[in-house]
Unconditional design. Structure first.
Length: 122
């Protein structure tokens, strides 16, 4: 089974920026609210890793963008485990913590990428 394309394998750290309209999560966990009502979140990918923590939800999605968008729209979501599938939908696990809050649950995975909200300097 092909897990990810070669461009994913060569890139150890991938930054995603996702937008959500009319989100209620303004100014929390790395989100920024603009005057237009648009919220942004930045996500950092950790290839071939997973966070074995309690899941908020397990979803079948059509893309990584859809998975992180689902996380943005939940006030209790801080990271996701994402499993890419060549055919069909992808597995998206919404998690209410991240690898920094539970480092003992961070592990190598051949199936998942752990993707967490970027907590950069404001």
């Amino acid at each position: 089974m092909k897990l990810l394309s070669s461009s994913w394998i060569r890139t150890p750290l991938i930054l995603f920026i996702i937008a959500s309209f009319n989100s209620s999560r303004a100014n929390s966990q790395g989100f920024k609210r603009t005057h237009s009502g648009l919220s942004f979140a930045q996500f950092v990918s950790n290839p071939f890793t997973t966070l074995n923590a309690s899941l908020l939800a397990t979803l079948q999605v059509s893309s990584l963008g859809e998975c992180t968008f689902e996380c943005i729209n939940r006030h209790d979501c801080f990271s996701v485990n994402f499993a890419y599938r060549v055919h069909g939908t992808h597995t998206c696990e919404l998690i209410n913590t991240d690898k920094f809050n539970q480092p003992d649950r961070f592990a190598i995975s051949q199936e998942f990428y752990h993707i967490l909200q970027y907590q950069g300097i404001s």
